[in-house]
Design a binder for this molecule. Structure first.
Ligand SMILES: [Zn+2]
Length: 261
């Protein structure tokens, strides 16, 4: 992740203070991150966009560039007021939030590199504040369309990866396997029946995992599957007779955890 400091992009000191410094932020008061966009289509890019923002914000009499952080269309991260200084990007929320600006146009799809950088900033903010923070948009925190529909929807949906990784729904998975077993009880899988479907695909996958070769895992009970089932049955007494037919006994032998050990 490329990162450009204030010194590197040539940020100005605060003209409203003799020491050129900014009002400090109190990280204990920070509750979240507000995302913005440039608000202009086909505006300046990269470092030029950041410098243009600073000029514009200084022209309004502000202390300097309003945002704490900026991200360009290539995912490069620019230090605005940083983690130390209070931002000015979100009226009414500046003591409670960090503002982060995407320097592109948020009404159309934002490049993945930029999204990754926004996530990185949000995660780092949580590290800086040592707590979980919300992520929100300028449009939810003020009267604005900022940061555009596409980016706004993405942020408000939780910024994808900021979400906890999904835990598999084990009870659903077990229920699915139980249902398949019930089906096999009613109707065995075999070459002569030309069986097809998910159950056949699972049988093929399990045979492969156990070192047998059923041919392609395609959900079609062909000769390869027939041969691999017979081989499996020959070396697993619990699988029943070596007839190549997958009934409940063979299914159970294939799906039992012990068979993997
Ligand atoms: Zn905004």
């Amino acid at each position: 992740m490329k990162y450009i400091s204030r010194a590197e992009w040539g940020a100005s000191p605060n003209p409203n203070r003799a020491d050129g410094d900014f009002v400090k932020v109190k990280s204990a008061q920070i509750e979240g991150i507000v995302v913005h966009h440039s608000g202009v289509q086909n505006g300046p890019k990269g470092i030029k966009a950041v410098q243009a923002f600073e000029r514009y914000h200084l022209s309004k009499g502000w202390d300097g560039i309003a945002y704490n952080w900026l991200v360009d269309e290539e995912g490069v991260i620019y230090e605005g007021r940083g983690w130390e200084n209070r931002g000015a990007g979100t009226k009414g929320w500046n003591t409670k939030s960090f503002s982060v600006c995407y320097t592109g146009w948020g009404f159309s799809e934002v490049p993945k590199a930029s999204l990754d950088s926004l996530i990185e900033i949000a995660e780092e903010a949580e590290g800086v504040c040592n707590k979980d923070l919300w992520v929100s948009t300028h449009r939810l925190k003020g009267t604005s369309t900022c940061p555009g529909d596409w980016l706004g929807d993405w942020v408000e949906a939780g910024m994808d990866k900021l979400k906890e990784p999904e835990v598999p729904n084990w009870s659903e998975i077990f229920q699915y396997l139980i249902d398949l077993r019930e089906q096999i009880k009613l109707s065995v899988l075999s070459l002569s029946k030309k069986s097809r479907g998910d159950a056949v695909e699972i049988v093929q996958t399990l045979l492969r995992d156990r070192g047998y070769d059923p041919g392609p895992v395609d959900g079609i009970f062909g000769r390869g599957t027939d041969g691999a089932v017979k081989e499996f049955q020959m070396s697993n007494s619990a699988a029943g007779s070596s007839d190549g037919v997958v009934g409940v006994k063979t299914w159970d032998a294939l799906t039992t955890v012990q068979a993997f050990m």
